[in-house]
Every structure is written in structure tokens, then in C-alpha cells.
Design a protein around this ligand. Structure first.
Ligand code: HEM
Length: 506
């Protein structure tokens, strides 16, 4: 999905922070109140008028003190069509965005949207319930309610509301009770990291901007495909010129793709399962749960800087300063743990000695363990910028252990950003999260997210294995499904000028 390597006309032009939606840079952590409006166009002209003038979309430029409220807008491909954006422009976006998350059985199978996760059962995101526009509202404590009402009133003329998804501030924990939002890629806002396609040997957290923003060079040193227009189609000269094609107007520049999935979490089921496996022993219960996640409840990594270094937390940088090189067999953090699957932290070259012989063996593929690792190489091409928010009522551990769920389960509005949905979200979800063969593992998928349905060849997927220093792996069998998909869609989070363009394009 990348154009061939090309030399940008202006190699390190400054980033236009005031044209980028703020969510990409900030995540709005201090804005602990959030709500997501899923809208469908009912009156095209009114919808376009509102989008063209939408109460200021908050940009990525630094504002001190932070604004009380921040509004972000994203559009699905169905939404672009409903707004009257010409087909050839819509088709210029990435194929998976154009098709949509719930569009076909093959994608559903790859994403694990089968069984209880099937799009046909979703509350939103399939058929007539695919949202056209997603409005994300973030507010400082106490500032959401009245503002949300006024935005909803403004939207009334052009849109019908498919859903208004509230969120809950769980103080940095996700509903199972683990600290979330610790590991994130760091974007190279200064554009100092050379875009390179050569082998990069060390795991790094710094990502080229083009991994998360269209119109900038990515980790391959290329530019991800996006609609590049004849400037005559941009009569108001809203759009910037493309860095890699200066005679074209770049509709993608400063935009990103946004993946949203509503994930219901069976907190009772999770803790009761782990408790049974631990024979009711609280210490062991916490240890098993941490092995499944790959971090302690407090967010400490399970190795590297020893676990006890961070008894009650640590800065995100400290909690992230590790790779799995010191734990090649998964003795401390199991290979199949959620965080190890979703970011195996390997660079291009599989791990091994620094010597030239080892390097040659690994490069040429003569090293069996190295081959096994091949599937998880090059993690820098598969990073996700996570921006999810929790929803529903938190379930205390004692209550989770006490009995069945009393009503609506809480969950996660999983949101991630990336310039390439196929190579980032879909790859991670398919090849790492749902894969029954991952890093030498068999009969298992992600311990938090797996559907536990048999693979197409009939093999079981409901194990979770924890390698031991001696003897066979310790295995948990018969894992139930803990997380169910209730909805989802792919969106384009445009640059602010591109949003105005899309609202006026014919
Ligand atoms: C309800 C569902 C989920 C729960 C409860 C959950 C929970 C967690 C927790 C507790 C962490 C560790 C804290 C951190 O590093 O931020 C984590 C990390 C992570 N999760 Fe999830 N997660 C869920 C869904 C997903 C999905 C659907 C994906 C992607 C397909 C995903 C991708 C990641 C990634 C990339 C990391 C960071 C790994 C690293 O860099 O070390 N998660 N998640």
C-alpha cells in the first residue's frame, strides 16, 4: 500500500499541527468525560453545512490551559458517499476503508468476527446501522453534559443519531482491572527520524509520522496511498500539496484512519475462570491473570526490570523500557500473553548473538528458532496508537467473583489510529491476536480476545500455555470467551482543511 521510495520535495517540512485533529497527538487524558456520537446523514445539505462549519474541531496545536472541550470528527466511506463526495475520490482511499469493517465474510473471519462476534449480531456497524459520521466529544470533568446537548441539537437537522455511546472514567483501568494505555508508539513530530527501509536492528518506540498520518513518509520511506487530486478540483485551495507529488492536492495529508470496536467484557466470567484455575488462591489468581495480560494489575512488565521494581507503578517510559529478548522462551511473559501478541517488540532481525556468523545464519534463515520468530518480526510496521475509552459500570473484584453478571457488562470502546488499517489494525488482529499459530504456539489465540471457536481445520483454540523452566508447559484449557464485539467501523479522521473540503466537494 505504499508508493515506491521517493524523495520528498521538502524533506522535513514542519508539521502542520493546526491542521491535525488533536486526538492523534494528545489522546485527551485530562478530558476524562467522553461520548461518541454515531450519526447517519438524513439531509445531505444540512449535514454538509454542519460539517463545513462544525464548532471548531480541536487541533493538535498546544493550547494552555487545555480547552474545556475537544471535538473531533471522522467519516466512514458510506458517510463520504452519503455526503455526495464523488466516487473516484472515495475510491482513492484504502480498499479496506472503502469496503468497511463488516462488509464481507472473509474480513469477518480474519478479524475473529464470527460466532458471538458476528456482524449480524452487532448493535451498530452492519447493514443499515453503519455509521456515516463519528463525532468524538471530550470534556474536562463537569463540562460534558450541556455541551453534548448543544452539539446533538446542532446535528439534528442533518443527521439521525444511530447511537450515543457514553464512556466511564475508570481512572486508568480497563474493566478487568488492569492499568491500560501504558504502551504507545511515540510519534516523530520533529521529523528527525530518517525514514528507512533498511533493516533496523533494535526495537524502538519512535515511529515515523507516516505510520500514523497520511501525507508523511512512513517506516518504509514511502507514502501510503491516499486520494491525490488535480488541484483544479480544489477551487477554494483548501488542501496542501502532496510532499511526494507536489503537483497534486493531498486530501489525505494530516489525516489518519480510525478503527472503532465496541468490546463487551465479561468481568465475572474472566475472574471466575481464573479463580477456578488458581484453586481459589488469591495470589495465584492474580499471577495467572497477569500472565494472560502480560503485565501485572498495576501495569508492571513481567520481566526485564524485575517485576518487583515497580510494586505500585512507574512512569510509562519506565514501564515500557523492555523487549522480550531476555525472555526468548516466554518463561516470564508467556508468548501468547495479550501484550506480547499485540506487540512482540522484535525488530527486523530475529534475536541472536551479535557475531557475524549468527547474523548470517539468521538473515539467511538457517536458524530454526529464528524462522519461528519470522512471523513476529518487524513490529515497527504494525504499531497501533490506542485511544480507547471504557464504558459501563466498573465491577469490583469481590462482586465479579461472587456470582453471575447482574446486567449490562462494561467494556471498552476500542479506538486505534493508523495510516494503514490493513497493515496495522487488521494485521495485528488477524496474524497476532486471532492466529492459532503464533510464535510457535498451537491451539490458542489471544487469552483476552479469542473467540475459542475451533479453527477452520478443526483444531482447538481455547488453551493458554505458560512455558516452564523445566518440563512441559503449564496449560490452562477450556478458556471461555471473555470479550464480545458489539459493533465496529472504519473511519477516516481527516485533516481539518480536508474535512472542510469533503463537506463541500461535489
Ligand atoms: C476488551 C479488550 C481489551 C482489553 C481488556 C485490553 C487490555 C490491555 C491491557 C491491560 C494492556 C496493557 C497496558 C498497556 O500496555 O497499555 C493492553 C495493551 C495493548 N493492547 Fe489491549 N486490550 C483489549 C483489546 C485490544 C485490541 C482489540 C487490540 C488490537 C487489535 C489491542 C492491542 C493492544 C496493544 C497494541 C497493546 C500494547 C502492547 C505493547 O506495546 O506492549 N488490545 N491491552
Amino acid at each position: 500500500m505504499s508508493s515506491p521510495l521517493s524523495t520528498p520535495a521538502t524533506p522535513a517540512a514542519p508539521v502542520e499541527l493546526d491542521d491535525i485533529q488533536g486526538l492523534i497527538r494528545f489522546g485527551y487524558k485530562r478530558h476524562t468525560q467522553a461520548c461518541f456520537l454515531l450519526l447517519r446523514v438524513k439531509d445531505r445539505e444540512a449535514a454538509r453545512v454542519w460539517l463545513a462549519a462544525v464548532a471548531p474541531v480541536t487541533s493538535a496545536a498546544t493550547i494552555e490551559p487545555p480547552p474545556q472541550t475537544a471535538l473531533q470528527v471522522a467519516l466512514s466511506s458510506e458517510g463520504l458517499r452519503a455526503l455526495g463526495v464523488p466516487s473516484d475520490i472515495v475510491e482513492g482511499f484504502a480498499a479496506e476503508f472503502v469496503s468497511g469493517m463488516s462488509s464481507d465474510a472473509s474480513r469477518a473471519r480474519r478479524l475473529g468476527d464470527v460466532g458471538a462476534n458476528e456482524p449480524g449480531r452487532w448493535q451498530w456497524g452492519a447493514g443499515q446501522r453503519v455509521p456515516h459520521v463519528l463525532v468524538l466529544l471530550y470534556a474536562l470533568p463537569g463540562c460534558l453534559e450541556g455541551w453534548q446537548r448543544s452539539i446533538e441539537a446542532q446535528c439534528n437537522a442533518g443527521f439521525e443519531t444511530l447511537a450515543c455511546l457514553p464512556s466511564t472514567d475508570m481512572h486508568g483501568l480497563e474493566p478487568f482491572g488492569f492499568v491500560d494505555g501504558i504502551s504507545q508508539p511515540k510519534l516523530d513530530w520533529e521529523r528527525q527520524r530518517p525514514a528507512r527501509d533498511a533493516q533496523q536492528l533494535a526495537y524502538s518506540n519512535l515511529s515515523c509520522l507516516g505510520e500514523f498520518l497520511l501525507g508523511y513518509a512512513n517506516e518504509y520511506g514511502g507514502y501510503t496511498d491516499r486520494p491525490l487530486l488535480d488541484p483544479r478540483r480544489d477551487v477554494q485551495a483548501l488542501l496542501p500539496r502532496a510532499e511526494d507529488a507536489p503537483d497534486r492536492a493531498d486530501l489525505g495529508r494530516n489525516g489518519s484512519y480510525l478503527v472503532m470496536r465496541q468490546l463487551r467484557q465479561d468481568v465475572h466470567g474472566f475472574w471466575q475462570f481464573v479463580d477456578r484455575q488458581a484453586g481459589g488462591n488469591p495470589g495465584l489468581r492474580e499471577q495467572l491473570a497477569a500472565a494472560m495480560v502480560g503485565r501485572s494489575l498495576h501495569g508492571a512488565p513481567l520481566f526485564g526490570p524485575a517485576n518487583e521494581t515497580f510494586p505500585g507503578g512507574g512512569t510509562p517510559a519506565e514501564l515500557n523500557a523492555f523487549t522480550y529478548r531476555t525472555d526468548p522462551q516466554g518463561l516470564r511473559c508467556p508468548m501468547g500473553a495479550h501484550v506480547r501478541r499485540t506487540n512482540p517488540r522484535n525488530a527486523d532481525l530475529p534475536p541472536g548473538d551479535a557475531g557475524i556468523v549468527s547474523w548470517a545464519k539468521r538473515t539467511l534463515g538457517f536458524d530454526a528458532p529464528a524462522l519461528d520468530q519470522d512471523l513476529v518480526a518487524s513490529t515497527r510496521f504494525h504499531r497501533l496508537l490506542r485511544r480507547g475509552r471504557e464504558y459501563g459500570a466498573a465491577v469490583p473484584l469481590a462482586q465479579a467473583l461472587a456470582g453471575p453478571s447482574a446486567g449490562a457488562d462494561p467494556g471498552l470502546h476500542f479506538i486505534c489510529l493508523g495510516a494503514n488499517i490493513a497493515r496495522q489494525f487488521e494485521f495485528v488482529q488477524d496474524a497476532w491476536v486471532m492466529a492459532t499459530r503464533f510464535d510457535g504456539l498451537r491451539n490458542e489465540s489471544d487469552p483476552l480476545l479469542g473467540t475459542r471457536l475451533p479453527a477452520p481445520d478443526g483444531t482447538r483454540t481455547d488453551d493458554f500455555s505458560m512455558p516452564q523452566p523445566e518440563g512441559p508447559d503449564q496449560r490452562l484449557g477450556g478458556l471461555p470467551q471473555f470479550v464480545t464485539v458489539l459493533g465496529g467501523a472504519y473511519f477516516f479522521l481527516p485533516g481539518i482543511r480536508a474535512l472542510r473540503y469533503l463537506a463541500t466537494a461535489h
